[in-house]
Design a protein around this ligand. Sequence first.
Ligand code: XLS
Ligand code: MG
Length: 349
Amino acid sequence: MAKSKGKYRFSFGPWNISEGADPFGPEVRTPIALAKKMKIAKQLGFDGMQFHDDDAVPDLDGKSAAQIAKEAKRVKKMLEGEGLVAEFVAPRLWFAPQTIDGGYTNNNAKERQYAIDRTKKCIDIGSHLGTSAMVLWLAREGTYIRESKNARKQVLMIRDAIDEFLDYDPKVRILIEPKPNEPVDSAIISTIGHAVGMSYMTSDPGRVGVLLETAHSLLAGLDPSDDMGYALAHDKLWSVHLNDQGGLKFDQDKSFGSNNLRVAFNQIRVLEEYAYGQTGEWVGLDVKAMRTQKQDKATKHLSNSLQTFKFLLDKVVSMDQKIVSQCIAQRDYEELDRYILTLLMGKRY
Ligand code: XLS
Ligand code: MG
């Protein structure tokens, strides 16, 4: 088995240290400045940070290209000062009044244009931050009501938008992050299969890949490690957002492995088997602290997730391949099941 142990690079985004608001209650912790979040990232053993466009350049809609460049370059300096790099930038296309009915698939031409222009600004921010990777979480590209949008047309609108971005910057690489639901009832690019399919429809499939988030696969009723395998078979797994999820509920962003250790183990097993990370792919931890967590202890979800990753990596690496192969050869999957559970429980087999 190819071993990429020790080669993994870890990242998270400023939104992963949050104030704890949910749809039913306000913030319960005070905001932490970006500079402090970078320090925390370094202290906790992370190598990079992810950004939404306005994490790097707040209120960017009202700013000129020169102002955007100046502020983004300042953030790059801050990163450098901490010995960090930017993994990607993602346009926040779900917040502004213009994106209430979606971005690239909005039924209003002017509002669609806003989404396109905003994304181009995001691409510029990425190059100022020193990353060519742009993540597209297509949050509102879908509908609450089937009859309001034409599904076939929406797919082509997303393709056309991506083509425009590929054309706008010949260096940009686009990572589609699919999610089946939330905030819209049904998303048009809802799974990794949809995202990979979309990549082949674009003008330059070699520059369009995917970011897989554990919880988003689980919310589609799928196994994240199988989804990883699917994207890996297409050489399109360019980033991951590891976290966890307690069944088909709202997007919980629980600490990695906290709900289902075996599902977490299998994700690392697949990544490790295919030497993920050896060509620069990152391991992002898209986790959130519980709302109950107090101010001074609200980064444990990050350190815990990182530690769980490392502990599970040890399990993956110490798996006895002979036992696994024997069980497979004998079609004794009950025995294989026992072996894996024994390994995970840290008992003698
Ligand atoms: C939200 C998404 C978001 C992306 C970046 O559910 O996971 O955090 O990762 O836009
Ligand atoms: Mg994510």
